[in-house]
Design a protein around this ligand. Structure first.
Ligand SMILES: CC(C)(COP(=O)(O)OP(=O)(O)OC[C@H]1O[C@@H](n2cnc3c(N)ncnc32)[C@H](O)[C@@H]1OP(=O)(O)O)[C@@H](O)C(=O)NCCC(=O)NCCS
Length: 183
C-alpha cells in the first residue's frame, strides 16, 4: 500500500478516484474531475492510497484533499476509503500520509508555526479523527466551495478585494463539528 499525489498520476487514476468519491457524495463526474484537476504541490492537493490487487493491477483505496481556504487556513476535505475495506487501517494511513505532505508543504513555504494547523468539518467520523489527535475547535471561515479550487495567492487577492465571503459553506448542519490538529 502506498500514498501518491493525484496530480503525479492523474490520467492513470482520475476515473477511479471520481468513482470512489462519487459513491460517497454523488456529483457529476465532470464537476468532480475538474475539481480534482486543480491538485498540485501548492494546494489544493489530493492524496490517494493505492495498492496492487490479486491481478497485479494498481487500485485506488482512498482519497483526501488538503486546501488553503484563504489566509493560510488549511482544511482537509473529501476523506474517503473504499466501501467494503474500511476499518482495516487504510484511513489512518491516508491521514498520516496527508499530514506528512502538509508538514513538508509548511517547511517548503515557511508557514509560521501559529499557522501550522489542519482543520476539518465532520459529522460522521469525529471518533476516527479524535483517535488521530484532532480536537474540537471553532469553525474555520471558508472562502466557499466556488473559490476552493483557486490557489492560495488568488484567494488572498480576492480576500483583499472583497474581504472573506461569508457563504453557506461556513454554516454548520446539526451534528457537524470542526476539529483541528497543530503541527
Ligand atoms: C472515515 C473513514 C475515512 C475511516 O477510514 P477507515 O479505513 O475505516 O479507518 P481506520 O481503519 O484507519 O480506522 C481507525 C480507527 O478509527 C475508527 N473509525 C473509523 N471510522 C470511524 C467512524 N466513521 N466513526 C468512528 N470511528 C471510526 C476505527 O474503528 C479504528 O479504530 P481502532 O483504531 O480502535 O481500531 C471511512 O470510514 C470512510 O471513508 N467513511 C465514509 C466517508 C466519511 O465519512 N469520511 C469522513 C468525512 S469528514
Amino acid at each position: 500500500m502506498k500514498a501518491l499525489k493525484l496530480h503525479e498520476h492523474f490520467e492513470q487514476f482520475i476515473d477511479e478516484v471520481c468513482e470512489l468519491i462519487n459513491e460517497e457524495w454523488p456529483r457529476s463526474k465532470e464537476i468532480r474531475k475538474s475539481m480534482l484537476a486543480s491538485s498540485s504541490d501548492n494546494l489544493p492537493c489530493s492524496i490517494i492510497v493505492v495498492d496492487t490487487n490479486e491481478e497485479g493491477k494498481n487500485v485506488v483505496l482512498g482519497h483526501a484533499r488538503i486546501l488553503d481556504s484563504g489566509s493560510q487556513n488549511f482544511v482537509l476535505e473529501t476523506v474517503v476509503v473504499k466501501r467494503g475495506i474500511r476499518g482495516k487501517g487504510i484511513g489512518s494511513f491516508l491521514m498520516s500520509s496527508s499530514e506528512q505532505f502538509l508538514v513538508e508543504y509548511f517547511k517548503r513555504q515557511n508557514v509560521p508555526s501559529e499557522k501550522r494547523v489542519l482543520s476539518l468539518k465532520t459529522h460522521t467520523a469525529e471518533e476516527f479523527y479524535a483517535k488521530l489527535n484532532f480536537s474540537l475547535c471553532e469553525p474555520v471561515l471558508s472562502a466557499g466551495k466556488v473559490t476552493s479550487n483557486l490557489g492560495g495567492e488568488a484567494l488572498q487577492k480576492l480576500s483583499q478585494l472583497f474581504g472573506t465571503p461569508n457563504t453557506n459553506a461556513n454554516k454548520l448542519n446539526p451534528g457537524e463539528v470542526w476539529m483541528n490538529k497543530h503541527f
